[in-house]
Design a binder for this molecule. Structure first.
Ligand SMILES: C[S@@+](CC[C@H](N)C(=O)[O-])C[C@H]1O[C@@H](n2cnc3c(N)ncnc32)[C@H](O)[C@@H]1O
Length: 216
């Protein structure tokens, strides 16, 4: 699996908005999810049907939180590769997963994955689409389809404005999260345009919505 992905030692060239400050990112993520981060990502892994033994690609993996979680779920017979355009995110993710033998991280761009065709059972991508300019979103989804086996599963997660609770809604507004959520209003037509089938939508309240789809 390590040979599936190139390992450049510089940030990926992209017009997407790569992030620095991995520690700050994880701090805010823990704060926002308020002890529900693990349960939320557990629900997302279940939604896409992660199974022991699978090979999974996490596109725009950031600090590697979801990738590490999935690595535990797929077990030693499976493998996870996290790709992110940011060198500092990848270095941090590698440090955090230093003792996880079935999980590797590589610098790369979602819209030009340095990964051969048909390498993965599942591709996940959480909170990345709003980091890409509109024309790159479809390219990124086409890339995710290219690297999936036929019949492989996709999970794309995006921000949503909390539907309930004045406190959550005020926090979303103060932070600018609701603006972020509006940047990618519909994931379904993008996945369909990229050639995916069996597209289903869901929510992981209060902060996230998602689609799952199949490389039919
Ligand atoms: C909001 S973070 C999400 C991180 C992680 N997936 C999560 O859910 O916590 C978005 C990530 O996408 C990365 N990113 C932005 N543009 C990218 C691109 N073109 N290709 C790959 N990653 C990209 C950023 O560097 C950042 O780590």
């Amino acid at each position: 699996m390590h040979t599936l992905v190139h390992s450049p030692s510089h940030p990926a060239a992209t017009r997407g908005h790569a992030l620095g400050s991995p520690r700050l990112y994880d701090f805010f993520a823990e704060f926002f999810f308020f002890r529900r981060r693990r349960a939320t990502f557990q629900a997302l892994a279940a939604a896409v049907g992660i199974q022991p033994g699978q090979c999974v690609l996490d596109v725009g993996c950031g600090t590697g939180y979801f990738a590490r979680f999935i690595a535990a779920a797929v077990g030693n017979d499976g493998h996870v590769v996290g790709v992110d355009a940011s060198m500092s995110m990848i270095e941090y993710a590698r440090r955090k997963a230093a003792r996880t033998t079935n999980c590797g991280f590589q610098v790369g761009a979602a819209e030009a994955l340095q990964v051969p065709n048909d390498g993965f059972d599942v591709v996940v991508s959480s909170l990345v689409m709003h980091h890409l300019p509109e024309d790159l979103r479809l390219r990124a989804l086409q890339e995710m389809r290219r690297v999936l086996h036929t019949g492989g599963h996709l999970l794309v997660v995006e921000a949503q404005t909390p539907q309930h609770g004045l406190g959550w809604r005020l926090l979303a507004h103060a932070h600018g999260y609701d603006r972020m959520a509006r940047q990618v209003p519909h994931l379904e037509p993008l996945a369909a345009a990229a050639g995916f089938g069996e597209i289903r939508s869901g929510e992981a309240p209060p902060w996230l919505r998602y689609i799952t789809a199949v490389n039919a």
